[in-house]
Design a protein around this ligand. Structure first.
Ligand code: GLN
Length: 277
């Protein structure tokens, strides 16, 4: 089978299964499985594809609506490559805003805590891109922590990242200059309305924010101040319609400079505040 024939077969199969952006995914899988990038595909489409079977096997997985990143095993975030499996939420581009803002607030260095670290994309990016930072990443899922640890290794930051298993602050002791988190924030009843890739293949515990999606913000705000150093920052990613609810949870006596930041799509995406004493 030629490269062109294989790609045509892949596109047809993905289209039949209503895979969003199926033409792009057919080419991205060709690159990931066979090492043939788009330029080479256009130049050499008439050549034989020796590993066509392996390619079409992966295409079938994608037709089953497994996220592309779980098939290729990777996703870029903040310009860095991260290992991704079905045990972690796939890093999203809008989460880069949280990292960008955290870096601005930690220019002088310091120690941060990343709650619900998942793949570790936030913590590892902070350590790679910031100066004089050390961090701690927590997650309830041991499987997720294994991926976070691999990602820390991949980027050579294991000596600056402690990983703890526990429910939010349960395993945490001590205080930090900053707490960051992208917690689960989808209302439980809404999960079934999400894309198949997300609702059927991403870890439910990374999505489910309880009845109204706000459970983690309530629990984090309850305990964050005691784990922050004076004037320490708390930054959390939020859903596009959660800004008012989460902003009002920041207790005025304990936090100042509370702000909501918008992502590149113009949607409310990050809430931050500073311990006031
Ligand atoms: N902190 C991880 C991320 O931003 C995981 C978030 C989660 O599991 N809700 O991708």
């Amino acid at each position: 089978m030629t490269i062109r024939e294989a790609v045509q077969k892949a596109k047809k199969c993905l289209e039949e299964h209503q895979v969003p952006d199926y033409e792009i995914d057919a080419l991205l899988l060709l690159q990931s499985v066979c090492g043939i990038d788009r330029a080479r595909y256009y130049a050499c489409a008439g050549e034989e594809l020796p590993d066509a079977d392996r390619y079409l096997e992966k295409v079938l997985l994608r037709a089953g609506r497994i996220p592309l990143q779980q098939i290729t095993g990777e996703q870029y975030f903040c310009g860095l490559k991260f290992i991704v499996t079905e045990d972690v939420l796939c890093p999203r581009p809008e989460t880069e805003l949280l990292v960008e803002e955290a870096l601005k607030k930690m220019k002088e260095g310091g120690r941060f805590l990343d709650l619900c670290t998942g793949s570790g994309c936030i913590a590892v990016s902070l350590l790679c891109l910031g100066k004089d930072l050390t961090g701690c990443g927590c997650d309830l899922s041991a499987a997720a922590l294994r991926i976070a640890s691999e990602n820390a290794k991949l980027h050579g930051v294991t000596d600056r990242l402690e990983l703890l298993q526990g429910d939010l602050f349960d395993a945490v002791c001590g205080t930090y200059d900053m707490i960051v988190s992208n917690p689960p924030y989808i209302a439980a009843g809404k999960i079934d309305t999400l894309m198949e890739e997300v609702k059927d293949h991403e870890p439910r515990m990374a999505l489910d924010g309880g009845m109204d999606g706000l459970d983690f913000y309530r629990r984090i705000l309850k305990d964050a101040a005691v784990h922050l150093n004076p004037k320490g920052w708390l930054l959390m990613e939020i859903g596009y319609d959660q800004a008012d609810a989460v902003r009002s949870m920041f207790d005025e006596d304990r936090y100042e400079q509370v702000r909501v930041l918008k992502d590149l799509a113009g949607l409310d995406r990050v809430v931050c505040g500073r311990r006031s004493d």
